[in-house]
Design a protein around this ligand. Sequence first.
Ligand code: SAM
Length: 293
Amino acid sequence: MKEHPNLTSPREVVALFEKYGLQPNKRLGQNFLIDGNTARNIISALELSPGDAVIEVGPGAGALTILVARQEVDAIALEIDRGLAGMLKSILEPWPNVKVINRDTLDVNWADLIGEYFGSGRSIKLISNLPYVISGPFMYSLFEARFPFNSAVLMFQKEVARRLVALPGDSNYGALSVLCHYYTYGKILFNVPQTVFWPRPTIDSAVLRLTPRPGVLSAGEEKLMWKIVQGVFQQRRKTIHNNLSRVFSDYPGLSSALLETACIEPGKRPEDLTAGQFAKLAALAYNYINKPS
Ligand code: SAM
């Protein structure tokens, strides 16, 4: 087995940063994992098998990347910070199965990226200790791509993790939760304290596993579901009827008809509806809007 630096040792990580003339960048959410047990627990939650293809987002100093590198998998790691990407490329030179790519994950087209590096038919696993500042747009990008992964193990700020898996009626429940339930099965696996990061953040984190849920809507219906979900949660204290009337202001009477057909009480709030009910509303609305006149 190849030797490698201990990338969860605070002393070794600080020494590497000095060697490469780098400093943690707060704006990029750089808090690096410096606890071997947590890193190993995250990797084992990914349940890697030989031949898997792994995508890591924001590898940073490589605490997780190096554990992936040692498995019989092909991996790419997308790091926005050019200095860090350069450092990690040098560290990972002995592991040609991992490619470090200096790239902003928010510019990625997931289908193109997967096709370019892994072709088709591979089991793709996603891993990330996510920069908190981009967790919302990042998750929307995965759902927009219809979650093209066999599984994802992601670390978030605890509140973001809770929001993603929140159920109807929970104060955290919102558009992101609905989309997360529509596209995936989600489970919070464990919490991670501030103390295992350098520099230490002011928030606690949680690790979440997501696996894909088979879609029930056509592409056109899904697009409409996004419009409904993102529209109705803009005014979450208003009734679903008022919200839907605003979303479908071009179709007078449609809101009442949809709610009646879907057996949803018009006085309910958006936060009371399940992802399944939103999917049903989208399918009905799509049929109505696209029916031949
Ligand atoms: N995975 C490492 C770990 O666990 O120690 C680093 C985690 S740190 C919280 C987040 C990392 O994501 C940083 O290395 C940061 O530079 C990188 N990052 C931030 N925004 C990014 C983006 N838009 N695309 C790719 N990487 C990004």
